[in-house]
Design a protein around this ligand. Structure first.
Ligand code: SF4
Length: 695
C-alpha cells in the first residue's frame, strides 16, 4: 500500500493524530506523499513515531474525500453539488435568516481540535464577531475541559506543566486514567526508557493496561480503582501524605496559600479519607494505597501523567484538582522531572482551548466578562462583543431540542459519533434548521447537515498545532487543498458573506493577530518558530523569548498555589440490580478516535472492530464465550459488541474502544457530566450484558 518510490523533495510538518505532536519529514514526489519519516530534530519525538503518524496518512487522498460543496433544503433530500460561491452564499443567508427569525443567540459554532490554531482562532472569531454570540465550544468540552478548570483553579494555567523530555528526570511516574502505550505511544517509549533506568511506576486504572506488566518496566503498584472512584483514591493517597509527615512543608509554606492548605490538610486527614475507609469504595487494598502514596511522596521526583480516565467523570474537575493538590503538597512542582501533565488526546486540543474556543473564555483563558480584555478584542476586531458566556456544546443540543437553537457551523467534528447519548444528539441536530458541516468526509453528523463544505487535511495547509507540552509546532502545506481551499480560507469566505470581512493572505497573518491579542503568545510568529527550530512552547513573550519548557518555576502562574477541598461524591452511574456492570472506554494503538481517518488507511488491517472486554467470571455467569456477540444495555440505549474474555478487566467492569461507528459505544453512554464543566462521564456507564446470536 505504501509507495516506496524515490522522493523528489521533502517538507517538515507535524503529525495530525495525538497530542504528542511528532514532527515528520514528508517525502514527496510532486503532489504525492512517498513516505512519512519521523524527523530526528523534532523536539517532541526526536526521530521516533508510531504506526499512526508513520503509516496512517492515506486518508488524505482517499476516494471518500468530498471535494465539491453541497447543499440541500432539508435532510430528507439528496445532496446537490454546487459551486463554492453558491454554497457559501446559501450558508450565510441561512444564518442570517435564522438569526432574524429566532434571535442572535439561536446559532453557534464548534471548533475542531484536529484543525490548526489559526483555523480555530478564526472560527471562534467568526462566531463572536460575525454571528455576534458567544455560542462557541470545542470538542475539548467532551475530553479535557476539567483540566482547564482544575489546573486554572489550583495553579493558574490550563496546561501541562512540563516538557516530554522532563520524564527523563522523573523518579516516580504516576499514570492515572491514561494508556500512553495506545494513545501517546512516543511518550510511552520515553517513559519506558526512564523506567528501564530505574524509575518507579504507579498505575491507577481499572484495567491492566500494557504498562502494568510491560517487560522490564513492571509497575511497582497497580491500583485498579473501580470506575468512578478516582477522587476517593486520590484522597486516600493525600490522607497518607498528610498524616504520615510526608508533606513538603518548606515548599508549601513558600509557594501555597496557607489557609487553603490547612483546610485541605484537615479535610484529607479525616478518618473517612483513610485508605482503610476507602478500600471498599475503590476496590484497592489499603496497603497498596499506603505504599503508593509513600513511594510518590518519598521516591524523589514524582510526576503525574493523566488522561481522559481522569477528566471524563462527573468528578473530573475534582480529580484534576486532587492531583494538583498532591503535587503541591509533596513539592513536586516547578522543576524538571515533576509536575502535573494532562495527556492531551488530539493533535491540537491544547491549541483549540488556547485559541478561545470556550463560550466563557476569550483566547488565553480570559473570561469574556472581563471588560478590559473584551475591549482589547473589540478594538482590534471592530465589533462589540457580548459580555455574557454563550452555550456549551451539550447546552446547544438541549436548546435545539427545546426549539431555541436553530443553526450550527461545525468544523471538523463528528458530534453524532463522538458525543455521549447519541440519540439525544441526533434529536438535537434533527431539530435545527441549518447545519453547516465542514469536513473531509460525509460523517455521521453530516447526515443531519444542510450545507457541506469540503475540509482539508493537515497536508493541505499551513499553520500550527499545539501539543500536550504546550509546544506550538509548524504544520506546512505539502499539497494543494483537494477542495480548493484550506479550512481557514473557508471560514474567511463564510465570514465575508455574512458581512464581517476577514482578509488574511496567509495563515501566518492569523498567528500575528493571535500574538497581538494573547499575552502568552506575544512572542510567537511563524518566523520566530522557524528561528527556534520549528517549534516553541508557550508562554513565549518578552519575558520568555525562547519559550517556557517548565512552568511554575519559583512561583505559580496564579501566584500562590491554591489547595482545593476534593470531597468524593459517588457517580450516579453505579451498579444496580438492573445494570450490575460498569462499562468504561479507551483507545487502541492503531486506530484514532472515531476512526474517520485511520479506518481509511492500512491501519484498519490491525484492528477492524471494537471489542468488548469482559472478565471470565462475568462471562461465565452470562454464558458468554470469546467471540460471542454481546448486547450491552444502559439507561440510554443498547449496542452489540463481540466479546473478548480477559482478565485485563476486573470482575464487574466492561471495557471497549470507540473507533468504529458500527459498535456505537456512545449509544450507551449517558447524560451524566462533570459538575464544573459539563464534560460527559464517558468512563462510567452502568450496564447489563447478555449474549445474543447476532448483532
Ligand atoms: Fe506521534 Fe502521536 Fe502521531 Fe503517533 S499519533 S506519530 S505518537 S503524534
Amino acid at each position: 500500500v505504501i509507495d516506496m518510490g524515490q522522493a523528489e523533495h521533502s517538507v517538515i510538518t507535524t503529525c495530525a493524530y495525538c497530542g504528542v505532536g511528532c514532527a515528520f519529514k514528508a517525502e514527496m514526489k510532486g503532489q504525492e506523499v512517498v513516505r512519512m519519516v519521523p524527523w530526528k530534530d523534532g523536539k517532541a519525538n526526536r526521530g521516533h513515531s508510531c504506526v499512526k503518524g508513520r503509516f496512517a496518512w492515506g486518508y488524505a487522498t482517499h476516494k471518500d474525500r468530498i471535494t465539491t460543496p453541497m447543499i440541500r433544503a432539508s435532510i430528507s433530500e439528496p445532496w446537490r453539488e454546487v459551486s463554492w460561491d453558491e454554497a457559501i452564499a446559501y450558508a450565510a443567508s441561512e444564518i442570517k435568516r435564522i438569526q432574524a427569525k429566532y434571535g442572535r443567540d439561536s446559532v453557534g459554532g464548534i471548533t475542531s481540535s484536529r484543525c490548526t490554531n489559526e483555523e480555530t482562532w478564526l472560527v471562534q472569531k467568526l462566531v463572536r464577531a460575525g454571528f455576534g454570540t458567544n455560542n462557541v465550544d470545542t470538542c475539548a468540552r467532551v475530553c479535557h475541559s476539567p483540566t482547564g478548570y482544575g489546573l486554572k483553579t489550583t495553579i493558574g494555567e490550563s496546561a501541562g506543566t512540563q516538557t516530554f523530555d522532563s520524564v527523563m528526570h522523573t523518579d516516580v511516574a504516576v499514570i492515572i486514567g491514561a494508556n500512553p502505550s495506545a494513545a501517546h505511544p512516543v511518550f510511552a517509549s520515553r517513559l519506558k526508557r526512564r523506567l528501564r533506568q530505574g524509575a518507579k511506576l504507579i498505575v491507577i486504572d481499572p484495567r491492566r493496561t500494557e504498562l502494568v506488566d510491560s517487560p522490564h518496566v513492571k509497575a511497582a503498584y497497580h491500583l485498579p480503582a473501580r470506575p468512578g472512584t478516582n477522587v476517593a483514591v486520590l484522597n486516600a493517597l493525600s490522607h497518607v501524605v498528610a498524616t504520615e509527615g510526608l508533606v513538603d512543608e518548606e515548599f508549601v509554606a513558600a509557594r501555597c496559600e496557607a489557609l487553603a492548605f490547612q483546610q485541605w490538610r484537615d479535610f484529607v486527614s479525616l478518618p473517612e479519607n483513610s485508605p482503610e475507609a476507602l478500600e471498599a469504595v475503590t476496590g484497592v487494598p489499603a496497603a497498596d494505597l499506603r505504599g503508593a502514596a509513600r513511594l510518590y511522596a518519598t521516591g524523589g521526583n514524582g510526576a503525574f501523567y493523566y488522561g481522559l480516565g481522569v477528566t471524563e467523570h462527573s468528578q473530573g474537575s475534582t480529580a484534576v484538582m486532587a492531583i494538583a493538590n498532591l503535587a503541591m503538597a509533596t513539592g513536586n512542582m516547578g522543576r524538571e522531572g515533576v509536575g502535573v501533565n494532562p495527556m492531551r488526546g488530539q493533535n491540537n486540543v491544547q491549541g483549540s482551548c488556547d485559541m478561545g474556543s470556550f463560550p466563557h473564555e476569550l483566547p488565553g483563558y480570559r473570561h469574556i466578562s472581563d471588560d478590559k480584555v473584551r475591549h482589547e478584542f473589540e478594538l482590534d476586531w471592530g465589533v462589540t462583543l457580548q459580555p455574557e458566556p454563550g452555550l456549551r456544546l451539550p447546552n446547544m443540543f438541549d436548546a435545539a431540542v427545546d426549539g431555541t437553537f436553530k443553526g450550527l457551523y461545525c468544523q471538523g467534528e463528528d458530534v453524532v459519533q463522538s458525543d455521549p447519548d447519541t440519540q439525544h444528539v441526533a434529536h438535537a441536530l434533527a431539530s435545527m434548521e441549518c447545519i453547516i458541516m465542514q469536513d473531509m468526509f460525509l460523517n455521521e453528523t453530516a447526515k443531519y447537515a444542510h450545507v457541506f463544505l469540503p475540509g482539508s487535511s493537515f497536508m493541505e495547509k499551513d499553520g500550527t498545532f499545539t501539543n500536550a507540552e504546550r509546544r506550538i509546532s509548524r504544520v506546512r502545506q505539502i499539497m494543494e487543498p483537494k477542495g480548493g481551499y484550506a479550512d481557514w480560507e473557508v471560514t474567511c469566505l463564510l465570514s465575508n458573506a455574512l458581512g464581517y470581512p476577514m482578509h488574511y493572505k496567509h495563515a501566518s497573518e492569523i498567528m500575528d493577530e493571535v500574538a497581538r491579542l494573547t499575552p502568552t503568545f506575544s512572542g510567537v510568529s511563524f518566523e520566530r518558530i522557524e528561528e527556534l527550530g520549528g517549534s516553541v512552547q508557550w508562554p513565549c513573550n518578552a519575558e520568555a523569548p525562547e519559550g517556557t519548557p517548565i512552568m511554575h518555576v519559583g512561583e505559580f502562574v496564579r501566584g500562590k498555589g491554591r489547595f482545593m477541598i476534593t470531597k468524593y461524591i459517588p457517580s450516579e452511574e453505579r451498579s444496580t440490580r438492573k445494570f450490575p456492570l460498569l462499562l468504561t472506554t479507551g483507545r487502541i494503538l492503531s486506530q484514532y478516535n472515531v476512526g474517520a481517518q485511520t479506518r481509511r488507511t492500512p491501519n484498519v488491517a490491525w484492528h477492524s472492530e471494537d471489542l468488548l472486554e469482559i472478565h471470565p467470571h462475568d462471562a461465565e455467569d452470562r454464558g458468554i464465550e470469546a467471540g460471542d456477540w454481546v448486547a450491552v444495555q444502559s439507561r440510554a440505549g443498547e449496542t452489540v459488541l463481540r466479546a473478548d474474555v480477559t482478565e485485563r478487566v476486573q470482575p464487574g467492569v466492561l471495557y471497549t474502544t470507540f473507533h468504529f461507528p458500527e459498535s456505537g459505544a456512545n449509544v450507551v453512554t449517558t447524560d451524566s457530566v462533570d459538575w464544573a464543566t459539563g464534560c460527559p462521564e464517558y468512563k462510567v456507564t452502568a450496564v447489563q450484558a447478555r449474549r445474543v446470536t447476532q448483532p
